[in-house]
Design a protein around this ligand. Structure first.
Ligand code: ZN
Length: 414
């Protein structure tokens, strides 16, 4: 699929970060971050302390919406719960979306109180994605401080459903709503300034369910057993040959089934995560999983001594699918990021990863995912941490990249 160019039309003001950063209003916006670090850090802690597991993001979303409203930016909430604040451009037929996900992988009862250990903030979700959420509000505020009116409309979004079984539903809805107007999508996810994700890692999540009649471990011995069938099929599957390149992975991540040690179970379930740099490998691996489970069920049935007591049924259902895609080397969005890195003396490497950027990239819309500055670690663990020192670099990098593709409206249009 051809990638839709985010390059500004001829006549719009130059994109390079050097000329951008020399403009007084951009300078003012860039300087705003260093002067307001405490405000940004406090906002990040406050948002992190509102639990927001996927599908339960409402309270955190309301807090982000209030933060935008406090900056005089009208924000709305769509029917999925995405919060969208709009900074109207001179040309509102074209938009740039800058988004950060609201949700975390932690259940609602997790203690999310932010602890301070020296210069470090420690809490589940503090970096992923407290950093990105604080950054989108800070960027909106910095643009206001610089009195910048963009050429293209900027949409700031705090979106739901990035993690796990959220399956990128928030970003899918944003692309459905704004897709034809979107010229670029910038995803802020986690911390750091050392990478730029331009390649979307395709993944599929599948759930295997095998059911049977169930019975007593002694008196019904010899009937078909769904756990046996699942084990037989799983052993076959994990012996499937997978290539080193294109890099392809699988994970048997969750098993369930049975009711007691002395009962033949009536159900067995398995969740499997498949990832690959190649969509073809993903298709091959998914069909290998189906074949292996079918064979496991057949082996169990063939080996049963007593088939009169019932048979096995099985299914493999897709519980998540993240499409792949890749930004082309001549992308205007990537050029804008590179120019920002050059201006700021920052170095970053290209990465392939699974983020909200998968959705626009799979549809031919220019998109990247970057960290929003500072340092973090322990993502998805209870020991997750964030160090805000130097975070202004990440915020300036995001700002220059954003303005590089949004452009600044000529004076007469203001
Ligand atoms: Zn994240």
């Amino acid at each position: 699929m051809p990638i839709r160019s985010s390059a500004l039309p001829q006549g719009a003001r130059s994109l390079t970060s050097f000329s951008l950063a020399e403009q007084p209003q951009v300078r003012a916006a860039m300087d705003w971050f260093a002067k307001n670090l405490k405000w940004i850090n406090d906002l990040q802690s406050a948002l992190t302390e509102i639990p927001a597991p996927s599908f339960q993001e409402e309270k955190r979303a309301a807090a982000v919406r209030a933060a935008f409203a406090a900056e005089g930016l009208p924000a709305q909430t769509d029917k999925l719960g995405n919060v969208i604040a709009e900074l109207r451009g001179a040309n509102d037929k074209e938009c740039i979306l800058i988004a950060a996900h609201l949700d975390t992988v932690f259940p609602a009862e997790t203690d999310v109180k932010v602890l301070r250990e020296g210069d470090r903030l420690v809490a589940p979700g503090i970096s992923d994605n407290g950093t990105g959420l604080a950054a989108i509000v800070a960027l909106a505020r910095a643009l206001q401080a610089g009195k910048i009116r963009p050429q293209r409309t900027i949409l700031f979004a705090a979106n739901v459903g990035e993690e796990g079984e959220g399956n990128l539903r928030g970003m899918r809805a944003l692309i459905d709503a704004y897709g034809t107007k979107l010229r670029a999508v910038i995803v802020l996810d986690g911390s750091g300034t050392d990478h730029v994700t331009t390649k979307a890692l395709a993944s599929r999540r599948l759930e295997v369910t095998i059911t049977g009649p169930g019975g007593h471990s002694w008196s019904d011995f010899g009937m078909v057993n769904p756990i046996n069938a699942l084990v037989r099929g799983s052993v076959r599957f994990i012996n499937t040959k997978i290539p080193v390149s294109p890099r392809t992975t699988f994970n048997l991540g969750q098993v369930e089934g049975g009711t007691s040690v002395n009962s033949i179970p009536h159900e067995a379930k398995l969740k499997v995560d498949l990832r690959s740099e190649s969509e073809d490998e993903l298709v091959r691996l998914e069909s290998a999983l189906r074949d292996c489970i079918a064979t496991g069920v057949k082996d169990e049935t063939d080996n049963a001594r007593d088939r009169s007591k019932g048979k096995l049924d099985w299914k493999v259902e897709m519980i998540g699918s993240r499409p792949g895609g890749e930004l082309t080397a001549d992308s205007a969005l990537l050029a804008s990021l590179r120019a920002a890195d050059d201006y700021l003396g920052n170095q970053s490497r290209i990465e392939r990863s699974s983020t909200d950027a998968n959705i626009p990239l799979s549809l031919g819309i220019e998109a990247i995912a970057i960290g929003a500055g500072g340092n973090g670690g322990g993502a998805h663990s209870l020991q997750e941490w964030y160090e805000p020192a130097g975070r202004e670099l990440g915020l300036q990098r995001a700002l220059l990249t954003l303005l590089g593709v949004a452009g600044i409206a000529p004076e007469k249009a203001r």
